[in-house]
Design a binder for this molecule. Structure first.
Ligand code: ATP
Ligand code: MG
Length: 377
């Protein structure tokens, strides 16, 4: 068997037990989105590489080292398997003028691709569902997105998923902050690791969420982004916090939370479980008011989140397989034809029926009926 071809590393088969659970989850998620007035959208798995470079940012982990990019030899253009779906959804909204007649609430679900080191909760093909709300400038929709996540965790019976929240202000406020942060980091350069030193020049805010304790010490004494926020940014964050508090959604403000994608501004948040080890973030999101213009569209505010299905499924635990309603055993001349017809009749009436195939006496089929989990034979 040594020459048997295996799946690509980091890309997993979902076998029937889990696939049934995932199908059930898909239905729960679709109904939940509909209850909040979000409408589905589907975009291609492949996009022009430039879309992600422009949207996610050159100096991010995703664009620097995680994208599956190749040249389509037939027309010599660079294509990339989508690493996330916000860029694609905004591209589609611009391309089809989706917000010309007012704001839109949208949702998507499907596979994403990132060339990361595979480990528990981190794969190269993984699944996200997410929401994107276009054209809403206020903190009310930020709050709505967070409140609806809390409702989904409750509906799924998931406990102990905590919410971390931060604001990263406007691009101008961040630029002023970045300059002071770089000064501080340079003054403590001897305590920085290679990664932080590199980030210092490309994407200094990312140094804030370094996991290295030595770097964390430098970060602890760094100036705080919160102190660089103007009136409007503060009001947005205050409004969001007030709405969450009124809705009874608990949160912790984490001033170090910056997220790994460049397009965010103002609100950023993550839902984190302590039951998943290092890969504990099950959902992340935030506001991206500059992305429409950045992708060449008419400016429009945006806010959204993406949840990781594999991590949620790990929290959901063992699936419950129900089996068919009946296993149809036939024995003797002419009974196969009759069983076929009876099976169709029962299915038309809404029952799940497995027809015995492959012959055998009476004992073997009855054993198979037993094993099928059917209530009746
Ligand atoms: P992480 O910090 O875990 O790398 P991220 O910030 O890169 O996450 P996002 O791009 O915000 O993640 O994606 C949203 C969610 O998608 C994550 O919170 C996680 O649940 C899931 N996710 C991201 N990357 C992977 C992956 N490689 N494998 C499985 N799930 C993933
Ligand atoms: Mg990541």
């Amino acid at each position: 068997m040594s020459d048997a071809i295996q799946a690509v590393r980091g890309m997993n088969d979902v076998l029937p037990d889990e696939a049934e659970l995932r199908l059930w989850l898909d239905g729960v998620v679709a109904a939940w989105f509909a209850r909040y007035g979000y409408r589905p959208i589907r975009t291609p798995l492949l996009e022009h590489t430039g879309l992600f470079r422009r949207a996610i940012g050159e100096a991010t982990d995703i664009v620097e080292k995680e994208m599956y990019t190749f040249t389509d030899a037939l027309n010599n253009e660079s294509l990339t398997l989508r690493p996330e779906a916000t860029a694609s959804t905004v591209r589609a909204a611009i391309e089809h003028s989706l917000v010309y007649d007012g704001p839109k609430r949208l949702w998507y679900a499907g596979p994403m691709y990132r060339h990361e080191r595979p480990q528990k909760g981190r794969y190269r093909e993984f699944t996200q569902f997410g929401a994107e709300a276009f054209g809403y400038p206020g903190p009310d929709v930020d709050a709505e997105l967070i409140v609806m996540c809390a409702a989904l965790w409750r509906e799924l019976g998931l406990e102990g998923i905590r919410l971390e929240l931060n604001t990263i202000g406007s691009a101008e406020e961040r630029a002023a902050y970045r300059a002071d942060l770089v000064k501080h980091l340079l003054a403590h350069a001897s305590a920085l690791d290679a990664d932080a030193k590199r980030r210092l020049h490309t994407n200094p805010l990312r140094v804030l969420d370094s996991k290295n304790p030595l770097v964390q010490e430098v970060v602890a004494s760094a100036p705080a982004l919160m102190d660089y926020l103007g009136e409007a940014s503060r009001a947005h964050f205050d409004g969001l916090r007030r709405l969450l508090t009124t809705a009874g959604v608990a949160f912790a403000v984490n001033p170090k939370l910056v997220r790994g994608l460049d397009y965010y501004n103002l609100t950023v948040f993550e839902w984190i479980s302590d039951r998943l080890g290092a890969q504990g973030t099950v959902c992340g999101g935030g506001r991206y008011d500059g992305l429409f213009a950045q992708l060449g569209g008419k400016p429009a505010p945006g806010v959204g989140f993406a949840a990781g299905v594999e991590r949620l499924v790990a929290l959901l635990g063992a699936p419950v397989s129900t089996g068919p309603s009946a296993y149809l055993v036939h024995q003797g001349e002419g009974t196969l034809e009759y069983a076929f017809a009876l099976g169709e009749e029962l299915r038309a009436a809404g029952f799940a029926v497995v027809l015995h195939a492959g012959g055998g006496g009476f004992k073997a089929p009855m054993k198979k009926a037993d094993a099928s989990g059917a209530a009746l034979a």
